[in-house]
Design a protein around this ligand. Structure first.
Ligand code: 6PG
Length: 241
C-alpha cells in the first residue's frame, strides 16, 4: 500500500485537489484497461466534487459508476446518496444509463438487497462467489465517529469479511455497504475529509495503534494507493506524507 496524505488550506482547495486526483485516476484506469470503475461516497462533503467533475469532458461511456454505501431509502428520497450524485453530477453528463449501478433499496429486507447487489457486482466484474473484484477508484468520507462507507462502530458489518456487500446499521437505521475487504481490493482509495468535527476521529484513525471496531476507517488498508485529502480544519494536526 502506498499512502498519500495531503492537507489543503481550505475546503475549496480540498475539492479542487480531489477533482485533479480523481480525474488523473479515471484517465489512468481508462488508459490501462479501457474502462474506469468508480464507487462514490455519500454525505455532504463530496457534493461539490461531483459538481466539479460534471464540468469535465470525459469518455463517459468508459466510466462505470457505483456507490460504496447507500441509505436504505427510495432512490428519490432526499437522504439518498444516489439522488445526490445524480443531481450533482450524473444527470449533467452524457453517461449511458447502463453505466450507473445503484445499490438496490426496494426490497423489504435490506439483506436481500445486499445479496442482490453482490450478485450484480459478481456479474459485472465476472468474479465467482468468494472472489473480490478490483474497483479502480473508491471515494470515501469519514463520520465524526470514525465510520466510513456505512461501516459504523461496533456493528456486525465490521465482522463481514467473506462478502462484497452487507447490511450496515446507523442507530438502528439500515444501510447497504461495501465490506472492508472489498474496499481494500481497490487500486485507488481516496478519503476526502473536511471540517474540524473530524479531527478527533482522524487522530484515532492515524494513531499507531487503535481499535478498528471503534474507528472503522482503520480497517481501510488497501492493496493499492490510499489517498487522504483533508482540509486544514480537519487535518491540521496531521502531517502530509
Ligand atoms: C454516507 C456516507 C458516509 C459519509 C460520512 C461523512 O452515506 O453518509 O457514505 O460514510 O462519507 O458520513 O459524511 P459528510 O461528508 O457529510 O461529513
Amino acid at each position: 500500500m502506498k499512502k498519500i496524505v495531503e492537507v489543503l488550506p481550505d475546503v475549496e482547495a480540498l475539492i479542487e485537489r480531489a477533482r485533479v486526483v480523481t480525474l488523473e485516476k479515471i484517465n489512468t484506469a481508462i488508459a490501462e484497461r479501457g474502462v474506469c470503475t468508480i464507487a462514490l461516497s455519500g454525505g455532504g462533503t463530496p457534493k461539490p466534487l461531483y459538481e466539479a467533475i460534471a464540468q469535465q469532458k470525459l469518455p463517459w461511456d468508459k466510466i462505470h459508476i457505483f456507490w460504496g454505501d447507500e441509505r436504505y431509502v427510495p432512490a428519490d428520497d432526499p437522504e439518498s446518496n444516489q439522488l445526490m450524485a445524480r443531481t450533482a453530477w450524473l444527470d449533467r453528463v452524457d453517461i449511458p444509463a447502463s453505466n450507473i449501478h445503484p445499490m438496490p433499496t426496494d426490497k423489504a429486507d435490506p439483506a436481500v438487497a445486499a445479496s442482490k447487489h453482490e450478485r450484480e457486482l459478481q456479474e459485472f466484474f465476472q468474479v465467482a462467489p468468494g472472489e473480490f473484484p478490483l474497483f479502480d477508484i473508491i471515494l470515501l468520507g469519514i463520520g465524526d465517529d470514525g465510520h466510513t462507507a456505512s461501516l459504523f462502530p461496533h456493528t456486525e458489518a465490521l465482522k463481514v469479511s467473506d462478502r462484497l456487500v452487507t447490511v450496515g446499521n446507523k442507530d438502528g437505521q439500515p444501510r447497504i455497504t461495501f465490506t472492508y475487504p472489498l474496499i481494500n481490493q481497490a487500486r485507488y482509495v481516496m478519503f476526502v475529509v473536511a471540517g474540524a468535527s473530524k479531527k478527533p476521529a482522524l487522530a484515532e484513525i492515524f494513531a499507531p495503534n487503535g481499535d478498528a471496531s471503534t474507528y472503522p476507517s482503520r480497517l481501510i488498508q488497501p492493496q493499492g494507493e490510499l489517498w487522504w485529502l483533508l482540509d486544514r480544519a480537519a487535518g491540521e494536526d496531521l502531517r502530509s506524507e
